[in-house]
Design a protein. Structure first.
Lengths: 487, 332, 118
């Protein structure tokens, strides 16, 4: 056997990319099926996409064993990646469940919608299992490009166009920062493999103070912080979240954000742990800034979609607290928190999908007046999700925040934890205000008939179950999150 | 005895001079040949006044082009207008550098390959330059500030890049069979049997794509004269027009040579010396070009694009896979 | 290695020189009587109407994008073709997967009507 072929055969390990491979196959098949379906028929596509996600989930769950390495150390399907994959699959699945009727109602039954979600999820998986900067970058691009299109999918709506274009321009720009950072780090260490970078920096401590290393670390951070939506790189988030189709907003705030976070965690803790002093002090400031900016501006919002966008920024801030702590509890807290956030945020958005009318002009605080009594089921569900977003005990949000802040305290960042708790208190105001409108205000006008579509209702039920499961018995999932850590 | 490098330099200079002279006179007389042949096909005489049988006609044309007024249209982009014909001519002139036009010659006791520069990536060099040639047309049409010119250049761009695709894909089987990018080695791989017989689909796709790449009937929609005057060079006059013109005919020679090298076995052939075989084949293909122009009507634009994208590309792609599979089976 | 490119560089020099010299030469000996009408863009003898730099049909942009995608595909085929014997069955299967993925895109583009001109 020839040498070249041997090298090629040995290093390829399809087991290491099995979940994303299955997703891509389903995505491409769906793309083909779509063009043969009659125009405007997207329901079969959504079912096929869901089947694809379930099949992928089986493969993703099988990744929960011995880590699989492949492609010459570019990809690792370890427990960390598998746990993240489950987060992505949940966010994609819930999104697809709530999408079909929404697309019909808004008048954009576009078949490419579902394959793009699958491709975005596959990109997120590459980010989570990438152990090489290039794989992570590749995943980020696949994820981002799919999202650019999804955000601007409603071609006739000005806001959707704005969202797509804004996200594309700023996203491309931030990706440039990331690549430049990778290039600088490569220039220092001579490798793009994350673990090798860490090893190199450990054996050459003199390079740690090198301006090139610091600049590379900063630029990589900028790239990821943009994708996470952390202040001061959050400017795109409100407009994009408000303009994008509602299910896509829900998806963007959960899956891709988690993907950027886990890839960021892997790079910082595995590759740049020598610079921990530098990046913790940087992220300390940014975490506080992100939480505060998100919460304070959210107070002022009357549009609920936009309010949730700002709240999403503040939640990114909470997650960054776990990264500042950079210990077992903190980082497993991030994984736990992103899973919890997926359920509560996607649930809240599913309620918005059902409550909205064509054009979604009614998704304001005024439009929600009396909502709780007119639509008891949706009102209760929305309240549960808002309570969880506040972080009240018995819900997933509380457990997540508890672990993250516990991690911060354990690592000695008492003040950070205090500021985080204070911020949660601030957030009470605007979450509670929605509930006040829902239950203590008279409806301004008649709602008209709202059908409870099966898909969105199922996603709400799944989310409610998830919120309570993670809130009441968090121990098992938290234990898994801790097992998932690679350090 | 002279130092080694001087001999090399002299040989290279001789080859360069030969190639340049050959290309320029070749292009000039190809024009004459085309006019004569077209004339005969249309029951006319063609040019026959300047010199015996009109043989001095190219010279008269050159003098005429040099004496013409050379102007830049108002609001045209002066710099681009100046550069565009240059790009067209230069890319055409330098492409021939990698084409081997004869078997290695023994001269001054050393082996001299009959190619200006036997690059190991000659094929990629050819593809790269044929992509670059598109710029001359694009910039020329844009810089003219004329509607016809812009229309012509945009059409030409879409056509050229579409057929470049099928051309590129139809070369892949050749590389598969010859296992080299070097044109000399590709010719040597056809010592016994030319690739045109081994892989007729690739040959046909390549021939048609080449016809389209040269922007000649039936693919001359970019300069369809009864529709958009002269396409991208509507506003050009004098020697700048001349350069587009010369570039186009040099391109015909080069593309014919590429067909010869890639599919017709280059200089290989019985009895006659290699160089005769090579130029004989090139002339045959060039004659084919002129013949199609005299015979076939022009495609409509939609037919043109359909043919490129929906017929040639799938055939070429399929051919790549089939050729690969057969080669794999033969290897065992 | 690099000196094998030397003849090409010389040839490029000669070609560029040829282009520049003929242009300048024709400018020197050619006549020069520009008038406003002569310099106007040719529109079959009528005075020019409007700007020439109009917006072009979307079709051409789509063709350009498709070209990028499929031309890169063709470029990826070349290294495989040249190493075909060494890569053997493994390379062939991998390339088949690659071509299949692009075929998916091709069929999609076709069915979506991006290759239609009316």
């Amino acid at each position: 056997m020839d040498n070249l072929m041997q090298i090629a055969m040995q290093n390829v390990n399809y087991g290491s990319i099995m979940p994303s491979l299955v997703l891509c196959i389903f995505g491409m098949a769906l793309l083909l099926i779509n063009v043969f379906l009659p125009r405007g028929k997207t329901t079969p596509a959504s079912w096929i996409a869901l089947i694809g996600l379930v099949v992928t989930a089986v493969f993703a769950a099988r990744g929960w064993g011995d880590p699989q390495f492949g492609f010459a150390g570019h990809v690792a399907l370890d427990k960390f990646a598998s746990f993240s994959n489950i987060i992505f699959l949940f966010s994609a699945g819930l999104t697809i469940l709530m999408s079909d009727e929404y697309l019909q109602r808004e008048g954009y039954p576009i078949g490419e919608y579902y394959p793009l979600i699958l491709f975005a999820t596959a990109g997120a998986m590459w980010m989570a299992s990438g152990t090489d900067m290039m794989t992570i970058f590749l995943g980020l691009e696949v994820l981002s490009i799919s999202l650019y299109i999804l955000a601007g999918m409603f071609r006739g709506q000005l806001r959707s166009n704005e969202a797509g274009l804004k996200y594309f321009l700023l996203g491309a720009f931030s990706t440039g920062f990331l690549v430049y950072g990778i290039a600088l780090i490569y220039g220092v260490s001579g490798t793009t493999n994350v673990a090798d970078i860490g090893m190199y920096l450990k054996s050459h401590p003199a390079m740690l103070g090198n301006p090139m290393t610091i600049a590379g670390m900063l630029l990589i951070s900028v790239g990821f912080l943009f994708k996470i939506g952390a202040a001061p790189f959050h400017m795109w988030a409100p407009d994009v979240y408000q303009g994008a189709p509602t299910p896509i907003t829900a998806f963007m705030s959960a899956g891709p954000k988690a993907a950027a976070l886990v890839a960021f965690v892997r790079i910082l803790i595995l590759g740049l742990d020598g610079l921990q002093g530098d990046w913790t002090s940087l992220l300390w400031v940014l975490a506080v800034l992100t939480m505060t900016v998100g919460n304070i501006i959210a107070i002022n919002q009357t549009n609920i979609k936009r309010m949730l966008a700002y709240s999403s920024i503040s939640h990114a801030g909470y997650a960054l607290v776990g990264l500042v702590a950079a210990n077992q509890i903190g980082v497993s807290g991030i994984l736990f928190y992103m899973l919890a956030y997926t359920f509560m945020n996607l649930g809240a958005f599913a309620v918005l999908v059902l409550a909205g009318k064509k054009g979604e002009e009614n998704l304001t605080l005024e439009g929600f007046a009396g909502f709780g009594f007119k639509r008891p089921f949706l009102g209760v569900a929305m309240s549960i999700f808002l309570i969880s977003l506040m972080g009240i005990p018995t819900t997933a949000g509380f457990a997540g925040k508890f672990y993250i802040f516990a991690g911060a305290i354990k690592a000695g960042y008492i003040w950070l934890a205090v500021l985080g708790v204070l911020n949660s208190a601030v957030s009470l105001y605007y979450y509670l205000r929605v509930m006040v409108y829902m239950y203590f205000k008279e409806p301004a006008e008649d709602y008209g008939w709202v059908t409870l579509h099966a898909g969105a209702v199922i996603s709400i039920i799944i989310s409610v179950v998830g919120v309570f499961y993670l809130g009441l018995i968090p121990g098992k999932v938290m234990e898994m999150a801790r097992m998932a850590l690679f350090f | 005895m002279m130092p080694d490098w001087i001999i090399t330099a002299i040989l290279v200079a001789i080859k360069l001079g030969f190639v340049l002279a050959l290309l320029l006179t070749g292009a000039a007389y190809l024009v004459l040949a085309e006019r004569k042949l077209l004339g005969r096909m249309q029951l006319r005489y063609g040019p026959n006044r300047v010199g015996p049988f009109g043989l001095m006609q190219p010279l008269a044309d050159a003098v005429k082009l040099l004496m013409k007024e050379d102007f830049i249209p108002a609001q045209g982009d002066k710099v681009l207008f100046f550069i565009a014909p240059g790009i067209a001519a230069v890319t055409a002139l330098i492409t021939f550098a990698v084409i081997p036009f004869g078997p290695p010659l023994r001269l001054f006791g050393r082996e001299m390959p009959l190619v200006v520069c036997d690059l190991n990536i000659g094929l990629l060099y050819f593809l790269g330059l044929s992509s670059l040639a598109v710029y001359g047309i694009a910039l020329g049409g844009w810089a003219s500030n004329s509607k016809y010119a812009l229309l012509g250049s945009i059409r030409a761009l879409a056509q050229l890049i579409s057929y470049e695709l099928s051309m590129g894909l139809s070369i892949v089987p050749v590389v598969l069979m010859a296992r080299s990018f070097s044109l000399t080695e590709i010719v040597n791989a056809q010592t016994h049997i030319p690739f045109a017989l081994l892989n007729p689909p690739a040959f046909l796709v390549f021939l048609i794509s080449v016809l389209a790449e040269s922007k000649r009937t039936p693919f001359d929609i970019p300069e369809a004269e009864n529709e958009i005057v002269a396409g991208f060079h509507t506003e050009y006059s004098g020697m700048r027009f001349g350069m587009f013109f010369v570039g186009e005919y040099i391109n015909v020679i080069i593309l014919s040579s590429m067909v010869t090298v890639l599919f017709l076995g280059g200089w290989h052939g019985p009895l006659l010396p290699g160089i005769v075989w090579f130029f004989g084949k090139v002339m045959l293909i060039a004659f084919l070009f002129i013949w199609t122009r005299g015979t076939l009507p022009r495609f409509r634009y939609d037919q043109l694009m359909h043919f490129g994208w929906k017929v040639l590309v799938p055939i070429a792609l399929l051919n790549v896979v089939v050729t690969g599979a057969i080669l794999l089976l033969l290897q065992g | 290695m690099l000196d094998s490119y030397l003849p090409i560089i010389v040839l490029i020099g000669i070609a560029v020189g040829f282009a520049i010299c003929t242009t300048i030469f024709s400018r020197l000996i050619g006549q020069k009587k520009p008038t406003e009408v002569k310099l106007a863009p040719y529109e079959c003898g009528m005075p020019p109407v409007g700007s020439a730099r109009e917006r072009m049909s979307m079709k051409f942009y789509i063709i350009a994008m498709l070209f990028i995608v499929f031309d890169i595909e063709a470029v990826f085929l070349y290294p495989w073709a040249v190493m075909f014997k060494k890569l053997g069955l493994f390379g062939f299967v991998e390339m088949g997967v690659f071509i299949a993925i692009l075929l998916v895109g091709y069929i999609y583009v076709w069915k979506k009507g991006a290759l239609e001109w009316e």
